[in-house]
Design a binder for this molecule. Structure first.
Ligand code: F6P
Length: 323
């Protein structure tokens, strides 16, 4: 393989740039040409492709966002879109791809790789940490720390005013961000898509806290939780316990930006290099990940179809720590 392409796709994640840097430098180190593809699959379709040098990725290891920009592509879902993308890769002599993204990115990559026979290796970049085949995804540690910083600040004002705050964190399908935010932020309750916690039990635990003279409380809610998010849950609690002074904060996209933590920079650099090495060793349609500190490659088909579950230890920890 003489030449590879690299792109970032789906929701951006802090550390994507560090990973891109590692991919570009690893390719050059191994004597392979490397092309950057802008705006994910859209850029592939439109031929928004340019040759990268080592200096193209200078000064980005510490930055959030993605130098290559990102997009979610409708056209790539069509057979015609995929064919256009493949033609562009051939035009540029690109023989393999490194995909930096999450579930949607790897679903597209799995189909593309199978249909057109192009080898693709992925690095897990998503703040959600919901990908099977790696203990941690790139961007997750930064996002949790960003959210936790906000929660600490909210706790100050919650205490001052004797209020109950419902704080919504990201996580469309998973509670991976919510759980460490709840434990690390000293929350009373955490609501996540995976849990069995019902609204009556939450109302009950807030009521019990009130009876124990607990004057302020923090409830962390993952956006994908079944009751419909912080605003809806807070409204129902207000109705049931009108004497509580309730407020809502949705932390939102601030979790997706900012300088990556040391842990994310290391993970991104390690996995970026691993992707290039894997392509050169003939691997295809796999995601590189780290499990128990060992480098592992998981087929895209498995990554996108299997669910990474949250340890029940965390649920017990919440119960213990919020007595
Ligand atoms: O997948 C990462 C993520 O940040 C989710 O947690 C969130 O639900 C979603 O992306 C938001 O996507 P968008 O930026 O397209 O609104």
């Amino acid at each position: 393989m003489k030449s590879i392409g690299v792109f970032t796709s789906g929701g951006d994640a802090p550390g994507m740039n560090a990973c891109l840097r590692a991919v570009v430098r690893a390719a050059i180190y191994h004597g392979v040409e490397v092309y950057g593809i802008r705006r994910g699959y859209n850029g592939m379709i439109n031929g928004d492709i340019f040759k990268m040098k080592s200096s193209s990725v200078s000064g980005i290891i510490q930055t959030g966002g993605t130098l290559l920009k990102s997009a979610r592509s409708e056209e790539f879902l069509t057979a015609e879109g995929k064919k256009k993308a493949f033609d562009q890769l051939q035009l540029h002599g690109i023989g393999g791809l490194v995909a930096l993204g999450g579930n949607g990115t790897f679903t597209g990559a799995a189909h593309f790789g199978d249909e057109f026979g192009i080898p693709i290796v992925g690095a897990p970049c998503t703040i959600d940490n919901d990908l099977y085949g790696t203990d941690y995804t790139i961007g997750y540690d930064t996002a949790v720390n960003t959210a936790l910083d906000a929660i600490d600040k909210i706790r100050d004002t919650a205490d001052s005013h004797d209020r109950v705050f419902f704080i919504e964190v990201m996580g469309r399908d998973s509670g991976y961000i919510a759980v460490p935010c709840a434990i690390g932020g000293g929350a009373e309750v955490v609501m996540i898509p995976e849990s069995q916690l019902t609204l009556p039990s939450i109302i009950n635990s807030l009521e019990e806290g009130w009876k124990r003279s607990k004057t302020s409380s923090i409830v962390i809610i993952a956006e994908g939780e079944v009751e419909g998010g912080a605003t809806k849950v807070a409204a129902k609690v207000r109705e049931a316990l009108p004497y509580l002074d309730v407020r809502v904060t949705i932390i939102g996209h601030v979790q997706r930006g900012g300088a990556p933590t040391a842990q994310d920079r290391m993970l991104a650099s390690r996995l970026g290099i691993a992707c290039v090495k894997a392509l050169l060793a003939g691997k295809r349609n796999v995601m590189a990940g780290i499990i128990n500190d060992e480098l592992v490659y998981t087929p895209f088909a498995e990554t996108i179809s299997r669910k990474k579950s949250i340890s029940s230890d965390f649920v017990e920890m919440m119960d213990i720590l919020s007595v």
